[in-house]
Structures are given as C-alpha cells and as structure tokens.
Ligand binder design. Sequence first.
Ligand SMILES: N[C@@H](CCC(=O)N[C@@H](CS)C(=O)NCC(=O)O)C(=O)O
Length: 291
Amino acid sequence: MADSENFPKNYQVPKIWQWSSESGGKWASINRPVSGATHQKSLAVGKHPLQLYSLATPNGVKVTIMLEELLALGIKEAEYDAHLIRISEGEQFSSGFAQLNPNSKIPVLLDQSGTQAVRIFESGAILAYLAEKFNAFLPTDLNQKAETLSWLFWQVGSAPYVGGGFGHFYQYAPLKIEYCIDRFTMETKRQLDVLDKQLANNQYICGDEYTIADMAIWPWYGNLVLNQVYNAAEFLQAEQYTHLLRWAKQIAKRPAVIRGRMVNRTWGELNEQLHERHDASDFQLKTQDKL
Ligand SMILES: N[C@@H](CCC(=O)N[C@@H](CS)C(=O)NCC(=O)O)C(=O)O
C-alpha cells in the first residue's frame, strides 16, 4: 500500500488520465478502470431456491436482514444459501460472479424457484424483488408504496457519499485530505439530519410499519450512529441525532437483524461470524467460535 509520501505535493492534472496500479489505498488491489471477469471460476450452488453471493458489508447485510425477516414471518420459501464472496481477494471478479452481476459488486441473488432462473443485482432491487415476491415489508397501497420506494431509492443514491466519500477519506485514504473530509462530512451530517427529522415523527422510516426502507437504511446510517462503521460516531457527534439513535437501537434488537448481520461476516467477534449460511441451524452450530 502506498503511503502519503508517494503522492506528489503539487499534482498537475494531466491531459489524459493514466491508470497507476500503485495509486495506493486500502482497496488499490481490487480497483480497476475496466469491468468484467479476471479469472474463470464458477459459483457454488446450494440446495435452496434462493442463492445469495455476498459479504456482510452494509449493502450485503440489507439482504440477509430481509431474508431472515421473511423467514421470521414463517415464509419457508425464503430459505436461502448465503455464499461468501471475499471482495478484498477479488472473488467478485470470477467469471461465475460477473455473469450474475456485470457490475461485479456484492450482493447478488439468484432465484432458482421458477422454470427460468432469475438473477437480481443491486441491493435495492433485491429488496424490492423479495418484497414483491413474498408480499411483505412493502405496502401494497400505491401512496404508501411510493413513500417506501422513495426512501429506498434515497438510501441507494445517498449512501455512496457516506461510503465512497466520507468513509473512504476519513478511514481508508492513505493521506488525510481536509478538503475531502470536510466536503463529505458536511454531506453525511446533512443526511443524518434528514433521517433524524423524519424519525422525530415516525416510529419507522415510513411511519408505523417496518419496511424494506428501514432494512436498507439501518445497515448504513444505523450502524454509523451506533459506531459500528468507520469508528466515526464521536467525529460526527452522533449523539445529536436522538431520534435516529432511538430507531437504530430499536432495529438492532430485532432477532432477524441480529442474525442477518452475522451472515457472510468475516470480522469482529467470532461468535458473530457465520461465514456461510446454508441452514437455519448454522447460527447455532457453525459460527467461527464453534468451528
Ligand atoms: N449499489 C450497489 C453497491 C454494491 C457495492 O458497492 N458493493 C461493494 C461492497 S459494499 C463491493 O462489492 N465492492 C467490491 C468492489 O468494488 O470491487 C448495491 O447497493 O448493491
């Protein structure tokens, strides 16, 4: 990894950008300016109709929370296999993965329950697909559905400023650049304020009903104020967002959320890491502390 000394003090923008694989940073080894597979490897396929290929990042956890919530409702058809994709090792660039998601990013879902298998990529699209397939966590009333989808799309459009912007420059960038940290901290705090105001008058994001909007927003913004990502709660003065914190703590206690955030997790406490999930009993039998 390059450190700050590798960066010239007076950078002049060249006429044409050239890719330097030495540009450094935590994700330098997997970042490329081109798409597509880097190696031939097919994906493992388990016994259940739903096959998830993922990692327990906030985008991955959205889907495992949804699947665990569906199972908690007693919907057996939502049984799934969750296969681990180690993105820091470039497993998202296997030919099998790239075939399911041309964007080579987790999560991706393969639904084999019908006559023709369906692949769904983009976490927001996966949540909407599962909600419609199982008729749960997305209101059928058109106006309420519009409100839920507005917040779902808000999350998908807004979180890259938090992840790719704030989180990247605050935690991962090999040098701390005040301009970048200021710019993305400002935007992140603005977004936290949007949520705090919405939750001042609503139990859940869209009112009294827990929906896919909560499942999409919690892994990013709930975890941020609970100091579970980027270790930035103090820096962002998370305690100011009292309504958001109240909601974040409430969601964190849901059994399906506790299970969902363990799936495909490869860091943190060993008893909270379930690298692969192929059966409901895996939560009791196959966490890393038991293997
Ligand atoms: N908009 C996508 C974003 C997915 C995404 O950024 N996934 C990250 C992990 S959170 C990833 O797979 N990164 C690997 C890479 O960029 O190569 C979604 O919501 O599904």
